[in-house]
Design a protein around this ligand. Structure first.
Ligand code: C5P
Length: 298
C-alpha cells in the first residue's frame, strides 16, 4: 500500500520585500503562481523513516532529516502520536535550489501523502499550519493555483486567475541559497528606506483577466537585484529571453532560475529555442499556469 502526491513548482509574479524584521525574516507581498512542473512524493510503510530521490538533480537533494519531506512526516507523526515509519520517495522534476519552491513542494507532498496513508483526518487548516511551520513557501505548494502571501509569505489569500499563462524557465548550472539572497538584499538596502510591501492592484487585475501583456507590465521581484549581484551571468540569460520575444523576463523568487512570460505556446517554443541555443543556461523548460496544488494521484 502506497500513496503518491503530485506537487507543482511556483513562480513569484510579484515579490515585494520589506525591511528585515527582528526575527530575521522579511515581510512580503508575495504573489505566487503555480506552474506545471511537478515533483511526485510516494510514501510507503517501512521499518523506519527513509528518503530516496530520483531525477536529473537528485544528487543535490539531501536524504537526511533536513529534507522538508522528512520534516513533514516527522511533524505529522508527532502531532498524531505515531512513529514516522515510512519510506518517502521523491521523483524530482523541479530544479533544486532554483527559486521555484522545489523543497517546499516535497514538504507539502509528503505531508499530504502521509496524511492519506495514515488516515489522520487532519483538517485543511491543520495541514496548512504544519506547512507554515516547515517553511514560508510550503503552504502555497499545498494549495497551488495563485495566491497572495503576506507575513513572511505563509499567510495566503487565493487570487483569481482568468486564463492560462505560458512560461519558459531557464535553469542555471548551480543553485543559490535563499538566506544568502535575502542577506544580499539587506546589504544592498543598507542606508535606504525600504517601503512596506504592498500587492500590486494592476498585477492582480491582469491575473484575473488572464491578460499576459498586462501581467508582463506588472511583474516585479525585489530579490532580483540581490540574485543578479550574487550571480551576474543571469543578466545574459534574461537578455536572450527578452530578445527572443518574451513579454517579461525575471528571476524566479530568490533565483537563479529565470522566468519568461510569453503570449502563447508558439512564442514560448521560440523563446525556449533561443535560450537553448544561447549557451547561457543549463536546462530550459516550458510550463503553463496556474497549476493545481498538491494532489493525491489515483
Ligand atoms: O521560511 P524558509 O525556511 O523557506 O526561509 C528560508 C530563509 O529565507 C530564511 O531563513 C530567511 O533567511 C529567508 N526568508 C526571509 N523572509 C521571508 C522568507 C524567507 O528572510 N519572508
Amino acid at each position: 500500500m502506497s500513496v503518491t502526491v503530485r506537487v507543482p513548482a511556483k513562480v513569484n509574479v510579484q515579490l515585494a520585500v520589506g525591511a528585515a524584521r527582528p526575527d530575521g525574516f522579511h515581510d512580503l507581498a508575495n504573489v505566487f503562481l503555480a506552474v506545471s512542473l511537478f515533483d511526485e512524493v510516494t510514501v510507503t510503510p517501512a521499518d523506519e523513516l527513509r528518503v530516496t530521490c530520483t531525477g536529473p538533480d537528485a544528487a543535490q537533494v539531501p536524504l537526511d532529516r533536513t529534507n522538508l519531506a522528512a520534516r513533514a512526516a516527522l511533524a505529522l507523526a508527532e502531532r498524531y502520536g505515531r512513529t514516522p515509519d515510512v519510506h518517502l520517495h521523491i521523483t524530482k522534476d523541479i530544479p533544486v535550489a532554483g527559486g521555484m519552491a522545489g523543497g517546499s513542494a516535497d514538504g507539502a507532498g509528503a505531508l499530504l501523502a502521509c496524511d492519506a496513508l495514515w488516515g489522520t483526518g487532519a483538517s485543511r487548516e491543520e495541514l496548512l499550519e504544519i506547512c507554515a511551520e516547515l517553511g514560508s513557501d510550503v503552504p502555497f505548494s499545498l494549495i497551488g493555483g495563485a495566491a497572495l502571501g503576506t507575513g513572511r509569505g505563509e499567510r495566503l489569500t487565493a487570487v483569481e486567475v482568468g486564463g492560462t499563462f505560458h512560461w519558459v524557465f531557464a535553469m542555471a548550472g548551480r543553485g543559490l541559497s535563499t538566506p544568502a539572497v535575502f542577506r544580499e538584499f539587506d546589504r544592498l538596502a543598507e542606508g535606504r528606506d525600504v517601503p512596506e510591501p504592498v500587492a500590486s492592484q494592476d498585477l492582480l487585475a491582469a491575473l484575473a483577466k488572464g491578460d499576459p501583456e498586462a501581467l508582463a507590465a506588472a511583474v516585479s521581484n525585489d530579490l532580483q537585484p540581490a540574485a543578479l549581484s550574487l550571480f551576474p551571468e543571469l543578466a545574459d540569460t534574461l537578455a536572450v529571453g527578452r530578445a527572443a520575444g518574451a513579454l517579461a523576463a525575471l528571476v524566479s523568487g530568490s533565483g537563479p532560475t529565470t522566468a519568461f512570460l510569453t503570449r502563447d505556446p508558439a512564442a514560448a517554443a521560440e523563446v525556449a529555442a533561443a535560450l537553448r541555443a544561447s549557451g547561457t543556461c543549463h536546462t530550459v523548460r516550458t510550463a503553463s499556469a496556474p497549476a493545481p496544488g498538491a494532489t493525491v494521484l489515483p
